[in-house]
Design a binder for this molecule. Structure first.
Ligand code: BG6
Length: 294
């Protein structure tokens, strides 16, 4: 069951906050929310509860990458920002089901909003049996996204989640990933092989698609081109996906520019593969990520 879309009038009447939070129709017909405060600004779509923009006031560039080729349609995932992958990660075991689950394609509703001088918060929800999903977003000098899934059935369920964050970068040759991932083993999704911890920073010289296994509370994305470091802190996550499609896959993806692999890297706060979640009846699980400029 998909929830009925909220109208612009409903959203503007119940949740808009003067000078802080507004809603508009994107040219595609999808509804987009824009948040702004002294410390930063951001945007999100109700389609997929998809955050598409975040920029702290002191940043010269957005923290999130958005593809210029992204599609904006009810039955397609937005390419860039933070798609929510749930209740599975990657391909479904059942043919015909969408990659990365239904949450990024679902219609979400705004449940509440709030603002101070320093931040704007929005809570969105959706329900598709047997899962109730809640997404808390706070735009300020940092961006916090907190995803909670509740099992509304009377049986134990297994699921996966990824907050599939696309980071905007100056140039792929000038970035490196430091911190907790250096000490974790990873599954190379391209070969299916497990690798021991590399104990060195990650750099990108080819297609990269890895699931790091273990808790990685703090990760640093160091960008020597834009001379900035983004800190990624998480809670409730036991795996992290690192992805860059590189040249051939970029060319194969219809909704992604051939050269855009140079301007993005995905570092995804996840519970996937061997670190999937088991939810008891009425059990819930929360996965949180905060992105900040160092
Ligand atoms: C990553 C996966 O998380 O998402 C990749 O590890 C995948 O294998 C990528 O290609 C993009 O997936 P999609 O479904 O958004 O094209």
């Amino acid at each position: 069951m998909n929830l009925q879309p909220q109208t612009l009038l409903e959203l503007s009447t119940s949740f808009a906050i003067p000078d802080r939070l507004g809603f508009a129709l994107h040219p595609s017909g999808l509804v987009v929310g824009h948040a702004a405060c002294q410390q930063g600004q951001g945007s999100f779509f109700l389609h997929g509860a998809h955050i598409t923009h975040f920029q702290p006031a002191r940043a010269s560039h957005p923290l999130l990458f958005m593809s210029k080729e992204s599609l904006f349609a009810n039955d397609k995932a937005i390419r860039g920002g933070i798609p929510i992958c749930f209740p599975w990660f990657g391909r479904s075991a059942n043919p015909g089901e969408p990659a990365h689950g239904w949450a990024r394609l679902a219609n979400w509703q705004v449940a509440s909003s709030n603002a101070t001088d320093d931040s704007v918060t929005v809570v969105m929800e959706t329900f598709q049996s047997p899962f109730h999903l809640r997404y808390f977003i706070r735009f300020g000098s940092d961006l916090t996204a907190e995803f909670t899934a509740t099992n509304r059935s009377d049986r134990e369920l297994t699921c996966e989640v990824a907050l599939h964050t696309y980071f905007a970068i100056g140039d792929i040759d000038a970035v490196s990933v430091h911190g907790a991932l250096e000490g974790l083993p990873y599954l190379d999704q391209l070969t299916g092989q497990m690798h021991p911890a590399a104990h060195q920073a990650i750099r990108f010289t080819e297609e990269t698609d890895r699931v790091y296994q273990g808790v990685a509370r703090t990760i640093l994305l160091v960008d020597d081109a834009w001379k900035r470091t983004i800190e990624i802190t998480s809670e409730g996550s036991r795996s992290t996906v690192v992805w860059n499609p590189w040249i051939a896959k970029s060319q194969r993806m219809a909704d992604f520019g051939d050269e855009e692999y140079r301007s993005m890297v995905c570092i995804e706060t996840a519970n996937a593969k061997d670190c999937r979640i088991v939810l008891a009846p009425e059990g819930k699980s929360t996965t949180r990520v905060t992105l900040s400029l160092r």
